[in-house]
Write a protein that binds this ligand. Sequence first.
Ligand SMILES: Cc1ncc(COP(=O)(O)O)c(C=O)c1O
Length: 384
Amino acid sequence: MKQEIYLDNSATTRALPEVVQAVSAALENNYGNPSSLHGKGVAAERAVRQARAAVASLLGVKAEEIFFTSGGTEANNWALRGVALSHRRRGNHVITTVVEHPSVLRACQELEAEGYQVTYLPVDRTGEISPDDLASALTPETILVSVMHVNNEVGAVQPLQQVGALLRKREPKPVFHVDAIQGYGKLPLNPYDLGIDLVSVSAHKIHGPKGVGALFIREGVRLKPLLVGGEQEANLRAGTENVPGIVGLGSATAAARGRMSQGLEHMRGLKTALASRVMGEIPGTRLNGPSPEQGAPHILNLSFPGVKGEVLIHTLETDGIYVSTGSACHSRRNDPSHVLVAMGLKKKELDGAIRFSFSHLNTPEEIDMVVERLAEAVRDLRSL
Ligand SMILES: Cc1ncc(COP(=O)(O)O)c(C=O)c1O
């Protein structure tokens, strides 16, 4: 059987065996409704409580501040709409960045259509915002600032500490939301230390199931529910809990917590090795994003001018190597990545961009194989 080398872990990850086991046990045995008063309900409720405690402990927050959702997209939509609607009387200005995930950008566009004003902060060549730009964008009308932790396309890590410090000086302080979906379980993030009020996370980026995530809502922060109905999740997110998914998120979170520092070191090693070898061996390679030693440990974006990214992806796939051109959310369309455009890439660099994203399951041998096949593929495609 051909070896499979999966380097698209920012799009999604393979579920860990212990996660599969936990999800399957919840589906088969622990199938009660957490709202039921009998033993089956109580057992399901206990499983949800354990998962909540696991997520809370990874973030270093209280369990009552974790609210389960149907994934990162819902958590981001909820954070933006929920805060905008409940703070409408105080102001109508929202600040975000040009490099956010579409689940934040589209939610902002919806708010604009409803009369809110949104400022989109620019980024530099490495994909980072400048705290000075944020300082000049803040107005007395600003109710919400949403800045992602790790960019999903280039691995840029935003200066959240400086953002938090700036917002803490404002009175009243705008609500600070962080889309931490790419950093969760990989890079430490403590909302209390950084003055963050809302944090979105998603299970399928950390070897958990798809379609489940959570929003951290700091005690005392007001936001309207997106889904109304039953009284689940302290009356803030209606709907019977996705117990198997939530259990899977809890199990994946516990595993991520256990391997956090070794995982970080391991992925950083793979990323720096791949970057330095490819840049040394393939002429014209351009690094998009921060230097491999900085930035997130697991995302590397490179351009091979003169080669079409989509074609390179399919060529590598014939060797069992899975990578992507950028965000999975719009990689089926041909438009260039909004993140790379915002970073000022030229047409040829945009066309030839590829994202490699690692997990703790990847190995140095896989990197050797990828370098070899990539060098051959780029050479062949350039000579066509
Ligand atoms: C930065 C970021 N935000 C939000 C999302 C959406 O999360 P989900 O797929 O769980 O809806 C993703 C996933 O692609 C992401 O990378």
